[in-house]
Design a protein around this ligand. Structure first.
Ligand SMILES: [Zn+2]
Length: 224
């Protein structure tokens, strides 16, 4: 699905992977569950590009539905891979980057704990560490935003020139608008609220979440 001229969402994958097209090559943000690489690369082919045109793969955090196809995509494309220090360490260890600190019962939390043993990827070493406020040479400047809260090292990516924000799971969307990190899956509720407010203040026109539909005219659609 085309979002703007040079940004695409690969449909039918959990969680949403995005493909960003620049003159020097492609950047993929988040990789979906394991075995999503074929779908992602067939979308790359639909754009008239090849696997070797993929230059960068960025993950917002280390949950399996975001890193599941990272190793496979790295192997096929040879792209440089990126994550924050905390999430990179988790990916390298093969373990989640957080225990859930949120209190109270939640169905999401229960499901998460039941499926945790199955929600592991093989250990993988990313090539590059993303630091807060780093600007990548993508979409005219893709800013790394520290959005810790959902997980301890969660990052979002913001391209001010295009007014587009890739929020991972720090913001999720539905038909009603844009919400914060799902409580039952949140590492630290207070930090997650801060991350939400920080992202409201960015003034993005388009929010591309890890889960839920892309939201256009995003200002005024935040329910956080
Ligand atoms: Zn997710």
């Amino acid at each position: 699905m085309k979002i703007i001229d040079n940004v695409f969402l690969v449909p039918g994958i959990v969680a949403n992977p995005y493909i960003l097209v620049d003159s020097d090559g492609l950047t993929i943000i988040d990789t979906g569950l394991p075995h999503s690489e074929k779908k992602i690369l067939s979308y790359v082919a639909r754009l008239g590009k090849s696997a070797h045109d993929v230059k960068r793969i960025v993950v917002t955090h280390s949950d399996l539905d975001h890193i599941g196809s990272l190793a496979a995509l790295k192997k096929i494309t040879g792209a440089r891979t990126y994550a924050s220090r905390i999430e990179a360490d988790a990916i390298a260890s093969g373990h989640p980057s957080r225990q859930i600190k949120s209190s109270g019962f939640s169905m999401m939390r229960l499901v998460f704990s039941l499926f945790r043993p199955f929600m592991k990827a093989a250990p993988f070493q990313v090539d590059e560490i993303l630091t807060a406020d780093l600007v990548m040479p993508v979409l005219g400047g893709l800013h790394v935003v520290d959005t810790a809260g959902h997980t301890p090292g969660h990052v979002s990516l913001f391209a001010p020139a295009a007014g587009i924000l890739f929020s991972g799971d720090s913001l999720v969307t539905d038909e009603n608008g844009i919400h914060g990190s799902r409580p039952g899956l949140t590492w630290d509720d207070a930090k997650a609220r801060q991350a939400e407010q920080k992202q409201v203040a960015l003034g993005a026109y388009i929010v591309c979440p890890g889960h839920g539909p892309v939201v256009f005219d995003a200002i005024g659609k935040f329910i956080v």
